[in-house]
Write a protein that binds this ligand. Structure first.
Ligand SMILES: NC(=O)c1ccc[n+]([C@@H]2O[C@H](COP(=O)([O-])OP(=O)(O)OC[C@H]3O[C@@H](n4cnc5c(N)ncnc54)[C@H](O)[C@@H]3O)[C@@H](O)[C@H]2O)c1
Length: 289
């Protein structure tokens, strides 16, 4: 290792991932920009290098364990290790559960959940080595406002489910890694100005193939985002600030409070009903150890 910290950003060629890559490079880290869109990954890395940073673009499909193993091997060969794994690649397709095709559901769950699983398995050995050297080691999973409740924009039912899973996996992983020196964070952005509305542009053949949104829809989305969505630069700044503060849940948008509090209120009310039922049933249980 050269002493330079190393960050891997999946989905690093666009949107939030690109902004994370730019900021990590600006902070002096070597950055692996990993994306299914190899050309854009290379272009982003070239931009970081042109700005004085250290970066390389990598083709990577987070659905594929082999692709992530190859990425981990390449990162080790290039920089000798890894310190920050940003599991950021994600896709979204709108729809109710009924109107979402099984192929789309599989694709969304494969990228958003299994992508986090495969990348984490591939990079854990490198992160463990970093922790053993006394260096920072952290996994940062990009969740969503959909991790904490039901977002105002929708329906995106399968996507919402996938992002709840990202929170659950992050929480379990935090416990798994409690004594390892590897920290875990989950980034929950709100609505961000990215190209997520055009996620089908990278949908693999196996799930229905690529499709572009019409220019009219893209314009409409961009117009709406400029009015109400956060810029990815701000999302990335809040994320790195949360990492500096060793935060588990990093919330990038104050408007998430409404969805999160609604969910918390529902859980609290359900617990109150359970307490009343226990009394009515004459049941009582010892506390968990
Ligand atoms: N934009 C938002 O409003 C918003 C809100 C909350 C959470 N998020 C999350 O932020 C993350 C980044 O999304 P974004 O909004 O920047 O979208 P984006 O479409 O601009 O960027 C996503 C990137 O992921 C890449 N990608 C897609 N499938 C991949 C795969 N199988 N393997 C590797 N890379 C793949 C894409 O090529 C793209 O570069 C996602 O996890 C998304 O769910 C976005």
């Amino acid at each position: 290792m050269s002493g330079q910290l190393v960050a891997i950003v999946t989905g690093g060629a666009s949107g939030i991932g690109r902004a994370l890559a730019l900021l990590a490079a600006a902070r002096g880290m070597a950055v692996a920009v990993a994306d299914i869109d190899a050309a854009r990954a290379e272009a982003t890395a070239a931009e970081l290098v042109a700005g004085g940073g250290t970066a390389r673009g990598f083709a990577c499909d987070v659905i594929s364990p082999a692709s992530l193993e190859a990425l981990a091997t390449a990162v080790r060969a290039e920089w000798g290790g890894a310190n920050f794994l940003f599991n950021n690649a994600g896709v979204c397709a709108g729809g109710t559960l009924e109107t979402t095709s099984a192929a789309d559901a599989q694709w969304i769950l494969s990228v958003n959940i299994m992508g986090v699983f495969h990348a984490t398995q591939a990079f854990l050995p490198l992160l463990r080595e970093a922790a053993q050297r006394g260096e920072p080691a952290r996994i940062i999973n990009t969740g969503s406002e959909n991790s904490l409740g039901l977002a105002a924009l929708g329906p995106t039912t399968v996507y919402t489910g996938s992002k709840h899973a990202v929170l659950g996996i992050s929480d379990g992983l935090r416990r798994d890694l409690k004594d390892s020196g590897i920290a875990v964070s989950v980034l929950c952005p709100g609505f961000v100005q990215t190209e997520i509305y055009d996620s089908y542009r990278t949908r693999p053949e196996a799930f229905g193939g690529q499709k572009r949104v019409s220019e009219k829809r893209a314009e409409m989305m961009r117009g709406m985002m400029v009015k109400i969505a956060q810029t990815p630069d701000i999302t990335a700044q809040i994320c790195l600030d949360g990492i500096d503060g060793d935060e588990f849940i990093i919330i990038a948008d104050p408007r998430i409070r409404g969805f999160a509090e609604k969910r918390h209120g529902e859980v609290a009310a359900a617990l109150d009903r359970t307490d009343a039922r226990m009394v009515a049933l004459g049941e009582s249980y010892p506390a968990y150890e």
